[in-house]
Design a protein. Sequence first.
Length: 213
Amino acid sequence: MADLETRAKEEAFAANFNAALSHLQNSEYSGLCALLDANPGYAIERGYIVAELVYMFATQRDGGLKPGHLQALAAIKRNRGNIGDYGDNIRLNYVAKITRQRDAAQVVTGHGVTKTSRSKPYYVVEFPDLEGCVTQGSTLHDARANARGALIGYLTSKILHGDPIPTPNYHPRNDGKGYTAHRVALLFDDLPFRMKQPVQDGAAPPAGDAPAP
């Protein structure tokens, strides 16, 4: 009986491998993600093989990692699969613009005189390549630290929802002065994916995701 179960499992894995390879050959990354999500057991045990294929296609055929490749790797990770050493090889680099700002406010005194006062300065962070990815800090040091957190949250959300990820194109020399350029470099494994709970004895995965332990 055990031999039959093992054989059935290996046949299922072989079928999933062939399907995954077909999706990669045809650049059907949404189909590959759907395959991995539908077969979490395969992602857990053979995810590193798919990760190797994704990385091979990205570097040898597609001229570098694109959003589809990242989404496929994310699908492996959110199903508790192991992408091997590729998580340490994949670097995501974006440049943030940090500008110093100070808000002005008008205050009416008891004598009816209107005065303009300014708040303490603070620092606003934006990523020109990533629409809506903004944060701020009370000091330049805080702004730089918050920039990393904002980028991690933004990219994690994009990848897990299958949204396209803009390619880093912004260079500080494109703009004038008046801001501080801050480069934020992340490893793929720095992104805190929400992973599905482990599948026991071939049972269907639970509904919804749970935070990784």
